[in-house]
Design a protein around this ligand. Structure first.
Ligand code: GLC
Length: 529
């Protein structure tokens, strides 16, 4: 067994998040406590010992608020309560208290850009007159064309189709995502005040921070003008300049309001989901009075090539260079294909994922792991009839959506549902053949990716080699990347197609056997130099 500080007290530094390792829990798929085939808060609580032993510092739990689940919880009907499928407020409080006892911080998702169509406000808006205060909380407009039967502008929904839906009195409402996710109007003071109320509700309960959904959304340009026509973008696009749905200057005022609330609670933080690829535009979200962290998605979108990976690291560091924020590294999340699959799948994908783990965890700043990264979970090719992501329906069955990366975690045993649930059927089916992937099987195998993560996280937390916030690139053999941290950590990543000699220094950890003094292809090593 691995020694672990089961009841350690979280570090008291108020900027604990600067180099923290966060673990993203996609709640439906992490652990099912009540046997209905859907993950829940009780399931998370039962797995806290596993998370503490793994060695992460903090959790990010995806939305568990009342929701009709049109977008699996990112359509929030009441942001200050718990969806019965996931538990109740008492269960949340128990989870939070126990996590804190075990030294784990807990952050939750905040979904400001839109509500569910089942939110009381939207129901009120539908029943109210055009031009009424109830409609002003959302973005209702008259249509274009002689009889108003054309949408008010040409914006597409991220999930496919137009971003507008018409209601029975002829007006249209804006939804950047699904029609069941009407966009809120952040020019309405009541909307901002309600967001602050939601933040205080969870901060008062003791959460350590928030992950802010669509943090580059919220503000809309005056007059909602047309934008340069583009194909329906899908989530896979970078929302670049000219995409008037995102990254409007007014969004920064919202972030200042968010930060002002955070600052009332010392030691709490917010990380933004900011899909803005321009380094300078991204840096604007990290000004002193805005977000403490913004995901940098460049690693998550990089190909497995030295050029792409080096570029991802350089841009991520450049983006934060003029700010006081650290970089924030992500390899996978619930919206994108998992990196084992992106890197080629199978044995090759896993081998590269192990190397990528050492790359990610050697970089200065905060890191986010997605549940199952530590097991090397791949995407699953699900049968059509199992697909649930709104993208599948809205794209007319041309885009399969994000279900492949959301399959429940395998914990133990040899057949579905592998200890995830007491029920065999799970909300997304679990495939055959996952016995070697389970957390239990991997804990017993020192060569598993899970064992590598445990050792890497333990070293990162304890070794002075990781000190310092900068990174210096080192000369490296063709097809390799090498860098050094001020504390003496050297990370070498080999994509050259053949083994390369180990550099000077004592080996701290390697993603494959380096006993012969060389680093094999598609692997990485940490040295103390
Ligand atoms: C974010 C979430 C994604 C969700 C969308 C709409 O991108 O990560 O899962 O569908 O926002 O809320």
């Amino acid at each position: 067994m691995h020694p672990h500080p089961t009841f350690s007290v979280p570090s008291t530094a108020s900027d604990w998040w600067r180099d923290a390792v966060f673990y993203q829990i996609y709640i439906r798929s992490f652990a099912d406590g009540n046997g209905d085939g859907v993950g829940d808060l009780a399931g998370i609580r039962s797995r806290l010992p596993y998370l503490a032993e793994l060695g992460v510092d903090a959790l990010w739990i995806t939305p568990f608020y009342p929701s009709p689940m049109a977008d699996h919880g990112y359509d929030v009907a009441d942001p200050r309560d718990v969806e019965p499928v996931f538990g109740d407020l008492a269960e949340f409080d128990a989870l939070l208290a126990e996590a804190h006892e075990r030294g784990l911080r807990v952050t939750v998702d905040l979904v400001p850009n839109h509500s569910s169509h089942q939110h009381a406000w939207f129901q009120e808006a539908l029943a109210a007159e055009p031009g009424s205060p109830a409609r002003a909380r959302y973005l209702f407009r008259d249509g274009r064309g002689p009889d108003g039967s054309e949408p008010p502008n040409n914006w597409p929904s991220v999930f496919g189709g137009p971003a507008w839906t018409r209601v029975s009195d002829g007006q249209w409402y804006l939804h950047i995502f699904a029609p069941e996710q009407p966009d809120l109007n952040f020019a309405d003071p009541e909307v901002v005040a309600d967001l602050e109320k939601t933040m205080r509700f969870w901060l008062d309960r003791g959460v350590d921070g928030f992950r802010i959904d669509v943090a580059h959304g919220m503000a809309k340009p005056d007059g909602l003008p047309d934008m340069v026509p583009m194909e329906d973008t899908g989530l896979l696009d970078d929302h670049g300049p000219g995409d008037l749905r995102f990254d409007q200057d007014g969004v920064h005022e919202v972030h200042r309001r968010i930060r002002a609330v955070i600052d009332e609670y010392p030691g709490r933080m917010a990380v933004g989901e900011v899909w803005v690829s321009d380094d300078k535009r991204l840096a604007r979200y990290l000004r002193e009075d805005e977000l403490q962290l913004a995901f940098n998605f460049k690693l998550l979108t990089a190909e497995w090539t030295t050029d792409d990976l080096r570029d991802a690291v350089t841009h991520s560091l450049d983006a934060v260079a003029g700010t006081s924020a650290p970089a924030c590294w992500v390899l996978s999340n619930h919206d994108r294909p998992r990196h084992v699959t992106r890197y080629g799948g199978g044995e090759l994908g896993t081998r590269r994922a192990k190397a990528a783990a050492l790359l990610q965890l050697a970089l200065p700043g905060a890191a986010y792991l997605y549940n199952g990264d530590e097991l090397g979970m791949p995407d699953v090719l699900l049968p059509d009839e199992a697909l649930q992501d709104p993208v599948w329906e809205r794209s007319g069955h041309t885009e399969r959506g994000r279900d492949a990366c959301r399959v429940p975690m395998p914990w133990s045993g040899t057949e579905a549902s592998y200890g995830f649930s007491s029920h065999r059927e799970t909300w997304l089916p679990m495939p055959d053949g996952w016995a070697p992937l389970t957390a239990e099987a991997q804990a017993a195998d020192p060569a598993s990716i899970q064992s590598l993560y445990r050792r890497a996280l333990a070293l990162r937390a304890s070794s002075p080699a990781f000190s310092g916030t900068s990174l210096a690139w080192l000369p490296a053999p063709e097809g390799c990347l090498a860098f050094r941290r001020p504390g003496g950590l050297v990370c070498l990543l080999n994509l050259s197609g053949h083994a390369v000699p180990l550099p000077e220094g004592s080996v701290l950890l390697a993603s494959a056997d380096v006993g012969d003094g060389s680093l094999p292809d598609d692997t990485a090593v940490w040295l103390q130099a």
